[in-house]
Design a protein around this ligand. Structure first.
Ligand SMILES: [Zn+2]
Length: 426
């Protein structure tokens, strides 16, 4: 702050001197590079009365009277091409003051447009246009609009070029050079031909080209198939997803189901043969066996409850089933009682056929609850086991032969017990 005030104090004396000599506030502000407001405040602080605009004007005119040499200088500058604003900055003067000076010197003042055009050599514009410049290019080089440029050119009696003429001036056409004739030999039919696609054309026609691609496909079948498979496994997830989306479309789905139904109807034999072939493949059989065993192990409880339920219902409704089951129970019990060594085999392996036994027992009695199936020769009279502990198959077969079965009322059976007369039966 202190420094500023000091500088100002030095300036103030100069400013006051110049102002009293008759220079206005605006030219002073330009001269000392400060705002006009600070100058006026300086003057009022040092108690110097400010002049009004008209007073200032009259002083200016007075000064001009004595300064004809200065007017001549400004006039010269103006006629050489400088504008009024440029002059006002050059001589630190108000624009209007410069104007009044110029009017005093009998100079015709140019408007803004004339000022822009002043000093531009019109001949050179016309020459450039003739040499090939377009109006657009000229407008870039001179501070003039395209219509005014057109006016200038027509003043010199030069006809305007059309768009295509202008284009040809800028990009002159190249003369066409005829290409030398090429003759090639087709790789398929070995005939001479002129190439119409490219100079490296291999085949004379589309027909030969297709033949060549077909040949290539046949020769590289293995590679193509391999690549196709490779790509498939690479993008398998995406492809399957796409397929699934396609087949889920209701229209497609309906069509597919109908087609498969028709196919199954028409090709029953074919399909069954194919399925049989597939099932009999040893690796598939092995796979199925493993799957089945695994399934049994994993679903034991479910299966047991299911079979229990099934058996209960079946025992109530199916007479054959009930009978068969009873016979099997009896058979197992009998063998369990006698055979101590080794496992009890399935009844089939002992040569027992429940179906024939049942057929032998037909027709069933109506009040079946009151009847038992009786072994005519009691089981306890047979010798199921050999001396060495192995099962005696002959005896077992005899005991469970269909002829050894009969219906017997429950009370009679209880009375009979283990009694049996060998002579009687024989
Ligand atoms: Zn050919």
């Amino acid at each position: 702050m202190v420094g500023k005030i000091k500088i100002k104090k030095e300036f103030i004396s100069y400013i006051i001197r110049d102002y009293l000599n008759g220079i206005g506030i605006t030219p002073l502000s330009k001269k000392y590079n400060v705002s006009s407001w600070t100058i006026s405040s300086c003057l009022t602080k040092s108690n110097i009365p400010l002049r009004s605009a008209s007073e200032q004007g009259s002083i200016n005119l007075k000064n001009i009277r004595y300064k004809n040499s200065f007017i001549l200088k400004i006039k010269e500058d103006y006629l050489s091409g400088l504008g009024i604003t440029e002059l006002s900055t050059k001589y630190h003067m108000n624009k209007n003051y410069v104007k009044t000076l110029l009017i005093k010197g009998n100079v015709k003042i140019r408007n803004a447009y004339e000022q822009i055009r002043f000093g531009i050599p019109l001949d050179s514009i016309a020459e450039k246009y003739l040499s090939g410049y377009s109006f657009f290019q000229l407008s870039r080089n001179y501070p003039l609009s395209i219509p005014s440029l057109k006016k200038i050119v027509s003043k010199f009696n030069i006809p305007h070029r059309s768009f295509s003429e202008q284009r040809d001036m800028i990009f002159p056409k190249k003369p066409k050079i005829p290409k030398p004739k090429i003759i090639l030999i087709c790789k398929i039919c070995k005939k001479k031909f002129e190439p119409y696609r490219s100079p490296n054309q291999k085949y004379c026609s589309d027909k030969c080209r297709k033949k060549a691609t077909n040949n290539r496909r046949i020769n590289n079948r293995d590679i193509i198939n391999f690549n196709r498979k490779k790509n498939y496994y690479k993008n398998r997830k995406i492809i399957l997803e796409q397929q699934r989306r396609y087949y889920m479309k209701p229209k497609v789905n309906k069509r597919r189901i109908e087609y498969s139904k028709n196919y199954a109807k028409k090709n029953k034999k074919k399909i069954s043969i194919r399925n049989k072939k597939y099932r009999n493949r040893p690796e598939i059989q092995e796979k199925n066996r493993i799957y089945f065993v695994n399934y049994l192990n994993n679903h034991r409880d479910e299966r047991n409850t299911y079979t229990r339920k099934y058996r209960k219902v079946k025992m109530k409704t199916d007479k054959n089933f009930r009978l068969k089951r009873r016979l099997r129970c009896r058979f197992n019990h009998a063998l369990k009682d006698f055979i101590k060594i080794g496992k009890i085999m399935s009844s089939k392996e002992y040569g027992i056929d429940y179906e024939t036994i049942i057929r032998h027992l037909e027709p069933f009695p109506k009040d079946i609850e009151n009847w038992h199936v009786d072994h005519i020769r009691p089981l306890c009279s047979f010798n199921f086991v050999n001396k060495d502990g192995t099962p005696n198959l002959k005896e077992i077969r005899k005991a469970f032969a269909p002829e050894n079965h009969q219906w017997l009322l429950v009370k009679d059976n209880l009375n009979k017990g283990g009694k049996w007369n060998a002579k009687k039966s024989n």
